[in-house]
Design a protein around this ligand. Structure first.
Ligand code: CU
Length: 331
C-alpha cells in the first residue's frame, strides 16, 4: 500500500486544480473517461445512452508474491495442476438513463468467455473453458457538486446481482477454479466517488471505488472485497479525437471461506489463499466522438493497459495486458 499516500496526494492536487471558466460538458471527445472506466460520467435529464464494450485480458506466466516462478517448480507434493495461461474475454452491454439532473441510472450485463491452460506432471497439459452471462449490475449516479470552472463530482451507488454461475465445471465433471467462475454468487455493493475536471484542451478524472461482498454465497464462501483507485488525464487532439493516459491501482483480498467442491491442495487455481492481488496498471487510450453527420452522437474508444507492479496472494497467473474496445451512443 506504499502507493496509497501518492494517490491521496494526487487527489488533493486535483481538487485544488484551477480549470477553465465554463461548466463541465460531455460534448467533447474527452467528455467521457477512458473506455475501461465504469460510471465515469453522468447524463442530463431525459438523455439515454447504450454501449457495448469488448475487453480481453491476457495472462501468461506465474507469480509467487511478486516474483516470477516456473509452472513446473510448483508441481510438488499434492499439487498436480498449475495454471500457466489464461484469457478472459468480456462482452459488456450497458444502458444509461438520466431520470433527473441529479440521478442517472445505469444497467450492465456481461457475457464472459474464459480459457485456462494447466500444466500437469510428465509434460502433460490441459485446457479448460467456461462461458456465459456474468453478474447483472444496476447503479445510480448522484450529482454531488458542479462548479462553474469545469469541475464536477458524483457518487456511484451500484449493486450487482448473483446472476453469473458459480457452478462451472470442466468437461470431466470437476468444478473449475475461482477465476473461471462467471459470478461472485453474492450480492455485491459497488460504491465509488468520481471527480472530473476540464480545461480548454485537457481533462482529468479520478475515481475511488470498492466492491463489497454482502454475506456468503450458497457454497459458503465470498470472493475478496476490492478497492480501486484510478487517475487519468486526457488531451484533445482534434474536435473529435482525444488521447488519454491512466494509472489504476486495485487491491483484492483472498477468498473468504472456501468452495468445498474444490480440492484446494491439487492446484493454486482451486486454493482460496491463492486468490486476490494488488495490481497497478498504466493505460493509454483514444476516444473518438462523432459530432456531425449520420453518426452524430456515436463514440468509439480503445484502451490498452499493462501492469507496472503486481503482487499476488499465493501463486497466480500474471497479467500481461488488457485491451478494451467500446462503442457508445447517446441521444
Ligand atoms: Cu453514458
Amino acid at each position: 500500500m506504499k502507493l496509497f499516500p501518492a494517490i491521496a496526494l494526487t487527489f488533493t492536487l486535483f481538487f485544488s486544480l484551477r480549470a477553465h471558466e465554463s461548466p463541465w460538458t460531455a460534448s467533447r471527445p474527452d467528455g467521457h473517461g477512458p473506455i475501461s472506466v465504469m460510471g465515469d460520467h453522468m447524463h442530463a435529464i431525459g438523455e439515454w445512452m447504450i454501449s457495448y464494450r469488448y475487453m480481453t485480458m491476457d495472462m501468461e506466466g506465474l507469480l509467487k508474491g511478486s516474483n516470477s516462478v516456473t509452472g513446473s517448480s510448483q508441481l510438488t507434493g499434492m499439487t498436480t495442476m498449475v495454471p500457466t495461461k489464461m484469457t478472459m474475454d468480456m462482452h459488456m452491454f450497458g444502458t444509461m438513463y438520466a431520470i433527473s439532473n441529479e440521478w442517472t441510472l445505469m444497467g450492465m450485463l456481461n457475457y464472459l468467455d474464459n480459457d485456462m491452460e494447466m500444466i500437469m506432471p510428465m509434460n502433460m497439459s490441459m485446457n479448460m473453458g467456461s462461458s456465459g452471462i456474468g453478474d447483472f449490475k444496476v447503479a445510480g449516479l448522484y450529482d454531488l457538486a458542479q462548479w462553474d470552472s469545469g469541475r464536477r463530482m458524483h457518487l456511484n451507488l451500484g449493486l450487482s446481482l448473483p446472476t453469473g454461475s458459480i457452478d462451472e465445471k470442466h468437461t470431466n465433471g470437476n468444478i473449475l477454479g475461482y477465476r473461471m467462475q462467471l459470478g461472485s454468487g453474492t450480492y455485491d455493493f459497488h460504491p465509488a466517488v468520481t471527480y472530473l475536471a476540464q480545461t480548454d484542451n485537457y481533462s482529468y478524472g479520478a475515481q475511488l471505488g470498492s466492491v463489497l461482498r454482502i454475506g456468503e454465497n450458497d457454497q459458503d464462501y465470498s470472493l475478496g472485497n476490492k478497492f480501486c483507485a484510478s487517475l487519468w488525464g486526457a488531451r484533445i487532439v482534434t474536435d473529435s479525437l482525444s488521447a488519454s493516459a491512466k494509472l489504476n491501482y486495485s487491491s483484492r483480498s483472498e477468498v473468504d471461506g472456501e468452495d468445498t467442491r474444490m480440492m484446494k491442495m491439487m492446484s493454486p487455481a482451486l486454493n482460496p489463499n491463492s486468490q486476490g492481488q494488488d495490481i497497478t496498471t498504466f493505460g493509454l487510450g483514444l476516444n473518438y466522438y462523432f459530432q456531425n453527420g449520420g453518426l452524430k452522437g456515436h463514440r468509439l474508444a480503445v484502451e490498452w493497459e499493462t501492469p507496472i507492479a503486481q503482487k499476488v496472494n499465493g501463486v497466480q497467473i500474471e497479467l500481461d495486458s488488457t485491451w478494451t474496445l467500446g462503442w457508445q451512443y447517446a441521444w
